[in-house]
Unconditional design. Structure first.
Length: 136
C-alpha cells in the first residue's frame, strides 16, 4: 500500500519550495512547520545529504473536523509534504491523508481524509500543469 502521492518537477529545489507552499495555500493549507532535514543532519551528525524539506501543512477547517471526530488525531497532524532533490528535478511526496482513517479505524475521519486527499491532489496536479514538466 502506498502512503504518499508523489510528483517530480523539472525545476530546482529553491524554486520548488515556494511553488509547493503556494499550491497548498490555494487549497486552504497553511504551513505550520518546516523541517530542514539536510541542515539538521549536518548540524547534529555532520552528515551530508541532498536538500530535503518537510513542510507541515494544515487546512484549519479540515483539522477542526478531524479533531472533533477524534481528539488523538493530532498525533497524525499536520499533513506532511516533502520537497527533495532527486534525479533530474525535485520530488514532492505528500502523505496520503487516508492514513488517518486507516490507522484510527474511525469511520468519521474517512470523509475528512478524502477531502484532504482531494485538495492535496489538486494542489499537486496544479503544480504539474503550471508550466513545469513533471512526471508522476
Amino acid at each position: 500500500m502506498g502512503y504518499t502521492t508523489t510528483i517530480t518537477l523539472a525545476i530546482g529545489f529553491d524554486e520548488a519550495v515556494p511553488l509547493v507552499k503556494e499550491a497548498l495555500k490555494t487549497k486552504g493549507f497553511g504551513t505550520l512547520t518546516e523541517i530542514d532535514v539536510r541542515a539538521t543532519l549536518k548540524e547534529k551528525l555532520g552528515e551530508e545529504m541532498e536538500p530535503y524539506l518537510i513542510i507541515g501543512a494544515c487546512n484549519p477547517r479540515l483539522a477542526h473536523q478531524a479533531l472533533d471526530a477524534e481528539r488523538r488525531i493530532g498525533a497524525l497532524l499536520p499533513c506532511n509534504v516533502v520537497v527533495r532533490e532527486g534525479g533530474d528535478g525535485v520530488i514532492i511526496d505528500a502523505l496520503d491523508p487516508a492514513i488517518m482513517a486507516t490507522v484510527t479505524e474511525n469511520a468519521a475521519l474517512r470523509p475528512v481524509a478524502e477531502e484532504a486527499a482531494q485538495l492535496i491532489g489538486e494542489a499537486l496536479s496544479g503544480l504539474q500543469s503550471g508550466g513545469e514538466r513533471a512526471a508522476s
